[in-house]
Ligand binder design. Structure first.
Ligand code: SF4
Ligand code: SF4
Length: 236
């Protein structure tokens, strides 16, 4: 069976990823708007370069996407939900009790370092996964809020107390979006001073030159539903 879990390097926990852009319909729409392409955050997507372009990494991301799509077509996502649930259970729990793992916080899960919530069926499948683990906080960034057809499903997923759906800004140096029914948004800024002036909390992993990890900066803000302030990541 394919390994569905990944270990995003800067994250304090494991995650789930699929290829960027190909499974980001909102980003594809944004590329069609020809203005401000130099400011488009997706145009400098870190998941489209570096480590993510290694052939073994690309193949494994594609295999995960193929697994999801096959399941959504064949059984409305049941196989995906069941297998992912099984793998999280095995990684994070022993006999129903959360494991204590080195460098992995088993109360957190990051979804989509790469990729997005590309369809309503897929969003609904994630809701079922998250419902299976009320003790884990799931963080999803998304730009799918720009597609009206996705909003009901996104809000439904965001209604779970253990799920944080953070709408991501579209252009660098623009304020994080505030979308009714979703959690506080995020943006990317070129300068901390402007981000703070615009009311954001600046991500320490992007401002601390000595440590680019969440754990090293003792910060879990993106995973916290009650964290109502928008977050700005600094562009490098
Ligand atoms: S939505 Fe996220 S993963 Fe997809 S292209 Fe944009 S920045 Fe990259
Ligand atoms: S704001 Fe905190 S939790 Fe979010 S990415 Fe930055 S360090 Fe990690």
């Amino acid at each position: 069976m394919i390994n569905l879990l990944s270990n995003p390097s800067k994250m304090p926990c494991v995650g789930f990823n699929i290829p960027a852009l190909k499974y980001c319909p909102a980003a594809q729409l944004l590329f069609k708007v020809k203005e401000k392409l130099d400011k488009l955050i997706c145009a400098s997507c870190y998941a489209c370069k570096g480590f993510y372009t290694f052939s073994n990494v690309k193949a494994s991301l594609q295999a995960r996407a193929d697994f999801v799509i096959d399941s959504l077509r064949k059984d409305n996502g049941d196989t995906f939900v069941n297998e992912l649930t099984k793998q999280i259970e095995k990684k994070y729990f022993k006999n129903g009790v959360a494991k204590k793992l080195k460098n992995i916080d088993t109360s957190l899960f990051r979804v989509h370092d790469s990729g997005d919530l590309f369809s309503v069926k897929y969003i609904n499948a994630w809701k079922r996964v998250c419902e299976n683990f009320p003790q884990i906080k799931f963080w999803f960034p998304t730009r799918e809020y720009i597609r009206e057809s996705q909003m009901d499903a996104l809000k439904d997923l965001a209604s779970l107390p253990n799920v944080v759906i953070k709408p991501s800004a579209l252009y660098i140096d623009e304020k994080a979006p505030s979308i009714a029914g979703l959690d506080a948004g995020t943006s990317v800024y070129s300068c901390a001073k402007k981000a703070i002036a615009d009311g954001h909390s600046v991500c320490p992993a992007t401002s601390n030159e000595d440590d680019h990890t969440c754990a090293g900066n003792n910060c879990n803000n993106c995973f916290i539903k009650d964290f109502k302030k928008p977050i700005a990541y600094l562009a490098h």
